[in-house]
Write a protein that binds this ligand. Structure first.
Ligand SMILES: [Fe+2]
Ligand SMILES: [Fe+2]
Length: 149
């Protein structure tokens, strides 16, 4: 059976984030850095808020210790990513540490994506019925829309 459309959607977002993260690290001109940091922000920030309102909310309240620990760890990774993301949005694009911040953010996000796809998605697949997955996807999209509007 193929994966639920919610998980497929998240995987697609992850691919886009990895692509943009790599480009942001490699960007050199102010113009490219400004354009790419905005694109990366739009690809990452609403996605994180959506995940927090849906799958992480559910899993962080689970009785299973391992499930709960993985969710709390994922949320901490979002927390750290948001801090660096905000700094990248505010920093001078010609600053000497721009690339270093972009690199660290990209690395954190890649690690985070790996754990989400390997562990968190696995927990969801075990715990949720088709209807519950539909419900999580709705919550995700609602939260994401609220950020974007
Ligand atoms: Fe995430
Ligand atoms: Fe994600």
């Amino acid at each position: 059976m193929s994966e639920h459309k919610f998980l497929l959607h998240l995987r697609e977002d992850h691919q886009e984030q990895k692509e943009l993260g790599r480009k942001l690290v490699e960007a050199k001109s102010s113009e490219d850095r400004q354009k790419l940091r905005q694109q990366f922000y739009s690809a990452l920030y609403p996605h994180m808020v959506g995940e927090e309102a849906s799958m992480f909310k559910l899993l962080s309240e689970a009785d299973d210790e391992e499930v709960k620990d993985d969710a709390l760890e994922g949320l901490q990774e979002h927390h750290v990513a948001k801090i660096i993301l905000r700094e990248i949005m505010e920093i001078d694009t010609q600053s000497a540490i721009f690339k270093a911040k972009a690199k660290v953010l990209d690395e954190i996000n890649r690690h985070h994506i790996e754990e989400e796809e390997e562990d968190v998605f696995g927990h969801l697949k075990k715990m949720c019925s088709e209807d519950q997955m539909d419900e999580l996807f709705e919550k995700y999209e609602k939260a994401e829309d609220e950020v974007e509007s």
